[in-house]
Design a protein around this ligand. Sequence first.
Ligand code: SAM
Length: 322
Amino acid sequence: MTGPTAGVGRTALLVAAARAIESQLPDALARDPYAAAFVRAAPGTAHWPLHPDRIPDRVSDPLWGRLGGYFALRTRVLDDHLLAATRAGARQVVLLGAGLDSRALRLPWPSGRTVHELDTAGVLAFKHRVLERVGAVPRAGRRPLAIDLRGAWTTALLDSGFDPGEPTAWLAEGLLLYLPAAAEQGLIAAVDRLSAPGSTLAFETKDISAEPDRVLRGPLYTALRERLGLDLPALFAPGPRPDSAGALRARGWKVRVRTPYEFTALHGRGPLPEPDDALAANRWTFATAVRGTPGRPGAEDHRRGRGGRDVGDSPDDIPATG
Ligand code: SAM
């Protein structure tokens, strides 16, 4: 596994660049004061725009316009979701494939929350260097954990202070697309095992087997390849994707699957459907652990009071922030 200079780690820089650009807009959906520093510190990104003024036609640009707008909307929706989950009682947040996500440093968490950031050693070392250089101060307990999510990672998480008896807000944003099907199934099973009632899991999926070749050769993926040297379809895990929403339902979770376009309508900003749409297969899933694992300490308390509530699983119940 590499840092953010090559391979899948570089996708974290792409998202950071989109957040940097969004942050400069007067009506930004989310502001990330650290995003630009990450991109500036990485090799081979000097030509990447970090300000909307540097994008000649932002509205029609498939990369920094449409895909950038998608990342901005995703950031805002998941910011709101995680804040709602922690305000509803989740004591800990686990960012699976955290990349250069700076939520631990930029969101107004309720006090006493812990944010676990799981990613590869290379990405986390780079992130640490940049955050140290800019003097960043976390707004929650921040616990980076270097692991490979394709293997066994739960023991390392437990050893780092994660408490399976407390409700957790889990997030897999921009991750599952890159994991082999078996690793995704293992991750969903692990999240279920470690989730006290009232825990939430939000994740993004994209079934590229549903995308025709002309989409994979279309303007968005071409721009990524030619302008950033990033061959996204080559990084996506091949083969049919597992039905993770179904797997969670079968384990007693309450699950809602949304398209990004539902949130475009909610916020009045973001991508819209288009012909040969490279975002048509993207789904955002919001799940809540209603039942939890029988016999887990604290489970009865959560079942009686704090657990089982839906959190941020519908455009209607996502509170406005910022
Ligand atoms: N969640 C972050 C965000 O949205 O800004 C980062 C998303 S980035 C597209 C994907 C991240 O997943 C990268 O940081 C990459 O290193 C991480 N990742 C991919 N496969 C991984 C694996 N097997 N183990 C740990 N991290 C992985």
